[in-house]
Design a protein around this ligand. Structure first.
Ligand code: SF4
Ligand code: SF4
Length: 442
């Protein structure tokens, strides 16, 4: 028996550390129900760029029928990790676990080009470090405010840069003054809960107004909000890119920070971070000191829309005359199964009209670092989404993930559409504070 196991392990292209589970692979009955919602299959119509095809490629590698060569890897690099296939699958194939394990194998066992390595290192060492992002704010502010950005864009100078750099520039949000969040914000009125808030990395530095709005709304609804100063990046970007060891370390530090805060619930307002933290039990399953704590931590994590819809509304909602197109972030709708809650929050606002975007199951092309490493496919998906938003004549687009905000702002701008894209919580915050609709349209 042992000989057979050793032979199989030898035959497999995967190493023994968390190889994609054969049990999950075998659950796929090749029915193809997942194909119409898979963004890469929708774009290219190629079986190997569909969930079913990718699972087949994993099976082949697991049986030693293929090597992890560059062609094989390319089909996984092109996967957005959007999890639309998981939602669509009637057989319960947990594709999320498969792609996460496959990507970690790719990063351990294959060699990327020098350019790719440098690009990835830059992203991981920047986007997971709020301090570094903060240092970038000043030069970027100068770039935007001096008018240099407008000139560079107008003259088409960006075309001189490599495509991946162009993608990064195109996604740059309009920087606003940084709004600080206190480490502890008291509840308004009688305290109903003590919650922790994950500040995120890009969210903290480039969308601090979203964190500020989240704190105000939670406090208005009776939550004491703790935002631990020592919290690191949650590691979502790294997990989704196969950088398992680094992600494990960040997950441990995140757990440490929130355990010290002694909160009942840990609130996230970035769907990618939320879906990652809800999976800490799986990520840290081999860590004796953390496995149990990670499961307890994960059970406490909730998207802000989940927390708010669990509580009877206390703060008055003021009228906002707005037509809002709601965009489901993949890591909220597919990875966390949160669809109704953000819609319920928006629908609770008098005067607000909700518009549904067709093809809601299909990703906008953001998907973690996807729009930075696969800019052509990401732009095609963004353009498709923007095209569907156009006829809705919405005043504003709402969503629950900073990556989707950036991706859709950029896609709408390419179409010459000025519709602002905001986080759902900013609309609720504006309603509770009695602000005008115009405050959201600036
Ligand atoms: S995660 Fe998204 S892109 Fe990847 S196979 Fe599934 S549906 Fe397709
Ligand atoms: S829907 Fe599920 S079972 Fe059917 S092909 Fe896709 S992954 Fe396999």
């Amino acid at each position: 028996m042992e000989d057979l196991a050793a032979k199989q392990e030898c035959a497999s292209a995967f190493d023994a550390h968390h190889a994609p589970s054969n049990e999950i692979i075998e659950k796929c009955v090749h029915c193809g129900f997942c194909l119409p919602v898979c963004p890469t299959y929708v774009l290219w119509g190629q079986e190997m760029d569909s969930p079913r095809g990718r699972i087949y490629l994993m099976k082949m590698a697991s049986e030693g029928a293929t090597e992890m060569n560059s062609n094989w890897v390319s089909h996984f690099d092109s996967c957005l990790g959007c999890m639309a296939c998981t939602t669509a699958c009637p057989s319960g194939v947990d594709y999320g676990k498969l792609i996460e394990a496959t990507r970690a194998q790719i990063e351990r066992k294959t060699e990327r080009s020098r350019g790719d390595k440098l690009h990835r290192r830059f992203m991981f060492e920047t986007f997971t470090q709020p301090d570094r992002l903060r240092q970038m704010r000043f030069p970027l502010l100068v770039y935007q405010k001096s008018g240099l950005q407008a000139v560079v864009r107008e003259l088409g100078l960006l075309r001189l840069l490599p495509k991946k750099m162009q993608a990064m520039e195109a996604l740059l949000p309009k920087l606003r003054p940084r709004e600080a969040v206190a480490e502890v914000t008291p509840a308004v009125g009688t305290k109903r809960r003590r919650v922790g808030l994950l500040l995120g990395c890009v969210q903290r530095e480039f969308f601090s107004q979203v964190n500020a709005a989240t704190v105000r709304v939670l406090a208005a609804e009776g939550c004491e909000v703790v935002a631990p100063l020592a919290q690191p990046c949650c590691g979502a970007l790294l997990v989704h890119a196969g950088e398992e060891a680094a992600a494990v370390e960040l997950a441990k530090r995140t757990i440490d920070a929130f355990e010290r805060a002694n909160v009942e619930t840990i609130v996230t307002n970035a769907a990618g971070c939320g879906s990652n933290m809800k999976e800490y039990g799986h990520l840290l399953r081999d860590e004796p000191e953390y496995a149990e704590r990670a499961r307890a931590f994960a059970a406490k994590c909730k998207d802000v829309s989940e927390v708010l819809t669990e509580m009877e509304p206390r703060a008055k909602r003021n009228t906002l005359k707005l037509r809002v197109a709601f965009h489901d972030s993949c890591h909220l709708q597919h990875a966390q199964g949160v669809r109704l809650q953000p819609r319920a929050l928006l629908s609770s606002i008098p005067g607000l009209e909700l518009a549904e975007i067709p093809e809601a199951a299909i990703c906008c092309g953001s998907a973690g670092i996807f729009n930075l490493v696969q800019p052509d496919a990401a732009n095609a998906l963004g353009d498709r989404k923007a095209q569907l938003i156009g006829p809705l004549k919405a005043d504003v687009v709402a969503t629950g993930n900073p990556g989707c905000v950036l991706q859709m702002q950029s896609a709408l701008a390419r179409r010459g559409q000025k519709t602002p894209v905001v986080h759902t919580i900013q609309i609720l915050d504006a309603s509770i504070r009695g602000e005008s609709s115009e405050s959201l349209l600036r």
